[in-house]
Design a protein around this ligand. Structure first.
Ligand code: SAM
Length: 312
């Protein structure tokens, strides 16, 4: 089944399951010897989600049969784990710096199983709004509640699709467009069409008071190129086999979850709309955190740029 304009999902299916994949990377990093980030809740989500490909992150070594499917599987897992850890740290640092600069209102677009509202040292008075599909947020909150975990910042979940009128829902939930906001879009943009991406940024712009900041995992147009797409397709085939071996739902049954379309470069978009924007490529970001990936593997990690923008 291909993506549609109004598709919906639970945590263990379609785009929802990608949030479990990311939580898997964070759980593995947290359990590693010298973790770059600590997310004690990621493992709880994996345990609560039942069987599926995401469980592989909880194993010390990938099962031998997976190495038969892809001889570079272990290497690929290590580089993706480093990528996820570096990406998590980039956004953690962004929110902590925004809070240190006095911003008390944050919005996490496509929050998935992000647990920043529960694990970062937010100053008093901080409010974190999280937007994602209703069932994804419900799964997260139920899991945290069942373990008696309380948020550090005030948490407000806004369960709505980001292709619908989320600004209205956000304001109805208490968001104040007159206050500066720290926004993030992490692991989101390829799941939107190029038009939906532009609309998302238009809406962020309309809700951003002076002094607002934004952080984005932006995917380069090389990421959306035909070659990159066909390499990912081949990998998807392998993951289908892996998913079948590990049991649970076949996350590939929804077909390609990404919209493989070229789109406006995020830094350019922000600059053109009055933001002061800078970007750092994934490889440099990882190297800066001591996570250089010396690998000739293709698609070892996404071709992305981590962008930060500030509105004067
Ligand atoms: N940002 C989180 C993180 O890094 O842990 C989750 C990333 S996960 C790869 C992608 C998330 O985007 C999923 O939680 C999914 O539900 C959400 N998402 C994708 N498209 C969306 C849409 N149109 N509306 C709401 N959420 C969406």
């Amino acid at each position: 089944m291909a993506r549609t304009d109004d598709d919906t999902w639970d945590i263990n299916e379609s785009v929802g399951a990608t949030a479990l994949g990311v939580a898997g990377g964070r759980a593995a990093e947290t359990n590693s010897e010298n973790p770059l980030i600590e997310d004690p809740y990621a493992q709880l989500f994996l345990e609560a989600a039942g069987d599926g490909i995401w469980k592989m992150y909880l194993q010390d070594e990938p099962p031998a049969e997976l190495a038969e499917i892809d001889p570079h599987f272990a290497e690929r897992m290590v580089s993706m784990k480093s990528y996820m850890a570096s990406r998590t740290k980039f956004f953690d640092d962004f929110f902590l710096a925004a809070a240190a600069a006095g911003i008390r209102q944050s919005v996490i677009l496509a929050a998935g199983l992000d647990s920043r509202a529960w694990r970062l040292a937010w100053p008093q008075g901080s409010v974190v709004y999280e937007i994602d599909q209703p069932k994804v947020l419900a799964f997260k909150l139920d899991t945290l509640d069942s373990h008696g975990v309380s948020s550090i910042a005030t948490h407000v979940g806004v369960g709505i699709d980001l292709r619908q009128d989320w600004p209205k829902a956000l304001v109805e939930a208490g968001f104040d467009p007159k206050q500066p906001t720290a926004w993030s879009a992490e692991g989101l943009l390829p799941y939107l069409t190029a038009d939906a991406q532009d609309l998302l940024f238009d809406r962020v712009q309309s809700l951003s008071a002076p002094g607002s900041r934004i952080s984005v995992e932006a995917f380069t147009n090389a990421f959306f190129s035909a070659e990159s797409f066909s390499r990912r397709e081949a990998q998807m085939e392998q993951y289908r086999e892996i998913a079948n071996k590990l049991g649970g739902k076949d996350i590939t049954e929804s077909g390609n979850l990404l919209y493989e379309e070229e789109r406006t470069e995020v830094t350019d978009w922000l600059e053109a709309h009055g933001w002061d924007a800078t970007g750092i490529g994934a490889e440099d970001l990882m190297a800066g955190f001591g996570r250089r990936v010396d690998s000739d593997l293709e698609e070892a990690f996404p071709d992305s740029v981590f962008v930060e923008g500030r509105l004067a």
